[in-house]
Design a protein around this ligand. Structure first.
Ligand code: DOR
Ligand code: ZN
Length: 344
């Protein structure tokens, strides 16, 4: 197969940032994706419906003319989020979810949830009003090894939440472990997981063996090779519980290549080609369309997206950098060759 045609995909987890970064990132995302679920971890975070709608307008202002792109918004859950704010969000078209960052888990998560008990009322309101819960599933305690943080979160926090709130729709974002895959597979209806391209392509040796590669540093961190195998199996299995969420997360070069570098891989311009590479290696190219377009659309109960995207087998070299305002943005696979290319 040398040509793949997909229904215009849905990136169910992406970081677009704000301000001048939107000028670069929004056109990249809107080129390949008809719809995206935009993460709210700005500084300050997007904690209100009004804030989400204003952010949505700033995003739409950067969509190139003639391109159809629908940003879907999520509120950033804090200990102070009220049931009234949840109800308002649920009644607002374009706001579909709430993102739970455990405080301290990742980039701009300081205002996140300090304990699940503190958001009990908000979770009840979400269940009642039909707003989805998107979870960064990692415990943050110092005594838990960074490679074990996802598995521990599932046992200690997420399993009880899923059981207690039987009608709450839950997405375990960026699944990175075999335990995460098993959790999603065996959960009740209404539980799904997103999988990034970078977690399908890399394991922790790629990040750490011999030398450190800061552009592969993301959170949750890359795990040992067998976990990657479990993710590939899940993504390519045809299960509607697993769908595309790139977690593409731009940081300026200087914030990645430094002492105390930030977590995040920038994949928006290359994501479809990267996923195609994984699905082809697994002999599952025929399942890419559902993974990239169909399953998330169904899980979120959305209308299908109009249009198609075609990828052609053609080698091309990923740019070394993109502009990010006055700074540089290094994409995943910078200067490397990809085998699938978007046909214009
Ligand atoms: O690698 C990551 N980058 N993981 C996250 O959870 C956040 C993201 C970001 O916003 O940079
Ligand atoms: Zn993310």
């Amino acid at each position: 197969m040398d040509v793949i045609t997909l229904r215009r995909p849905f990136d169910a987890h992406v970081h677009l940032r704000d301000g001048v970064a939107l000028e670069t990132v929004v056109p990249h995302v809107a080129r390949d994706f008809g719809r995206a679920l935009v993460m709210p971890n700005l500084t300050p975070p997007v904690t209100t419906t009004d804030g989400a709608l204003a952010y949505r307008d700033r995003i739409l202002a950067q969509v190139p003319s003639g391109v159809d792109f629908e940003p879907l918004m999520a509120l950033y859950l804090t200990d102070a989020t009220t049931p009234e704010e949840i109800e308002r969000a649920a009644a607002t078209p374009g706001v579909v979810a709430v993102k739970l960052y455990p405080a301290g888990a990742t980039t701009n998560s300081d205002a996140g949830v300090t304990s699940i008990e503190r958001v009990a009322d908000a979770l009840v309101a979400m269940e009642e009003h039909g707003l989805l819960l998107l979870v960064h599933g990692e415990v943050t305690r110092d005594d838990v090894d960074v490679f074990d943080r996802e598995a521990r979160y599932l046992d200690e926090v997420l399993a009880p939440v899923v059981e207690k709130h039987a009608r709450l729709k839950v997405v375990l974002e960026h699944v990175t472990t075999a335990q995460g895959v098993d959790f999603v597979k065996s959960a009740r209806d209404g539980v799904a997981g997103t999988i990034t391209a970078h977690h399908l392509l890399y394991h922790r040796n790629h990040l750490l063996a011999g030398r450190i590669r800061p552009h592969l540093y993301c959170l949750p961190i890359l795990k040992a090779a067998p976990h990657r195998e479990a993710l590939i199996e899940a993504a390519t299995s045809g299960s509607p519980r697993f769908f595309l969420g790139t977690d593409s997360a731009p940081h300026p070069r200087g914030a990645k290549e430094c002492h105390e570098g930030c977590a995040g891989c920038y994949t928006s311009p290359t994501a479809l080609a990267l996923y195609a590479e994984v699905f082809e290696a697994a002999g599952a190219l025929g399942r890419l369309d559902d993974f990239a377009s169909g399953f998330a659309t169904a899980f979120y109960g959305l209308d299908p997206i109009d249009g198609e995207v075609t990828l052609r087998r053609e080698e091309w070299t990923v740019p070394a950098t993109y502009a990010l305002g006055a700074e540089e943005l290094v994409p995943l696979r910078a200067n490397e060759t990809l085998t699938w290319r978007r046909a214009d």
